[in-house]
Design a protein around this ligand. Structure first.
Ligand code: ADP
Ligand code: MG
Length: 343
């Protein structure tokens, strides 16, 4: 076969293989876009576990009419412009691939209005060359992305979708993770026309624990010790519960992004096993935590994997020891349990 450049839709479908695994991964990408757009309110509407419909509406900055079709193009992003920007990422997105990928494997419409525009506009991409069609549409300031019929044109991938219940539980988890990361954003989730989750925005820092409890469960918060420490450019805060009754309250964020990182897990586990009161716990199996680590974005590389679950720290040892110390300190010094008022 002769060498040829793939048509845009096929190139996007190949790229979609990396980020669009299931409805939950689409929701992750879209909600992250809303957060990056400065939204304070995000409403998520899904049908049939997201397989039939995903609609996400935000009140963020919106997308200007003349940039709407660009937003659907591959490698099109407003978040970085040069290599220097790539080395200091503060936004959740930067690859400029999500909308292109999602629209290549579903029927996607994007409707948006910026503050300076008097009316909203809508765009969708069609055909092999993904040419964009833009038309006027009523919309308040912000953006709505509607995704219908995931994988309708890639049957091999559609077969990997699980039951509605399973897909919903993945979505629920993605929304929980984001709700924990962004307590100041009001988030709702509606499934098949029924409201199923409401994460109210916290108005004051004092209410954050309430939001964490509503997401991780009261039993987590009741057992949790708070953790807070800062050193130079590194800061850490959060909660750790030595014996979380519910499993899977294990959330580690780096600069607002959830990560699964071996170095951080190791620091956490070691600190826990070496510093729990008199060695009561010999395993970290039931260790629950919600931890936010913030550092200079130059010190961490987030461009390691397309789904961005992994990161690399330039000074790995320093970060490891910092996390170890912070957790050890919380366990030894503040080992009285938080008194948490459930009201
Ligand atoms: P990335 O997030 O990596 O930049 P995306 O394909 O997810 O790439 O989005 C492309 C661009 O479209 C973004 O850079 C942003 O400018 C714009 N965009 C996408 N979603 C929204 C939104 N909800 N509100 C405002 N702008 C958005
Ligand atoms: Mg994005």
């Amino acid at each position: 076969m002769a060498i040829q450049i793939l048509p845009p839709q096929l190139a996007n479908q190949i790229a979609a293989g990396e980020v669009v695994e299931r409805p939950a991964s689409i929701i992750k990408e879209l909600v992250e876009n809303s957060i990056d757009a400065g939204a304070t309110r995000i409403d998520i509407d899904i049908e049939q576990g997201g397989c039939k419909l995903i609609r996400i509406r935000d009140n963020g900055c919106g997308i200007a009419k003349d940039e709407l079709s660009l937003a659907l193009a591959r490698h099109a992003t407003s978040k970085i412009h040069c290599l220097d920007d790539l080395e200091a990422i503060m936004s959740l997105g930067f690859r400029g691939e999500a909308l292109a990928s999602i629209s290549s494997v579903s029927r996607l419409t994007l409707t948006s209005k910026t503050q300076s525009q008097s009316e909203g506009w809508q765009v969708y991409a069609e055909g092999r060359d993904m040419s964009a069609v833009v038309k006027p549409a009523a919309h308040p300031q912000g953006t709505t992305v509607e995704v219908l019929d995931i994988f309708y044109n890639t049957p091999a991938r559609r077969r990997f979708l699980k039951t509605e219940k399973t897909e919903f539980s993945h979505i629920d988890e993605v929304v929980r993770r984001i709700a924990l990361a962004c307590p100041h954003v009001n988030i709702t989730l509606q499934h098949n026309g029924k409201p199923v989750r409401l994460y109210r925005a916290v108005q004051a820092d004092a209410q954050i624990e309430k939001r964490v409890a509503s997401i991780c469960g009261m039993s987590f918060m009741k057992n949790a010790m708070s953790l807070s420490w800062q050193h130079d450019d590194l800061s850490i805060h959060g909660w750790i519960a030595p014996h979380a009754k519910q499993e899977h309250v294990q959330y580690f964020y780096v600069n607002g992004r959830i990560v699964k990182d071996r170095l951080l897990n190791h620091a956490l586990k070691q600190a826990f096993l070496e510093n729990n009161s008199g060695g009561t716990y010999t395993t970290d199996e039931l260790l629950g935590y919600v931890i936010h680590l913030n550092l200079d974005p130059h010190q961490v590389d987030v461009n390691v994997h397309p789904a961005k679950h992994e990161v690399r720290f330039h000074e790995a040892r320093l970060v490891h020891d910092f996390v170890y110390q912070a957790v050890a300190m919380a366990l030894t010094e503040h080992h009285q349990t938080l008194t948490f008022d459930s009201d």
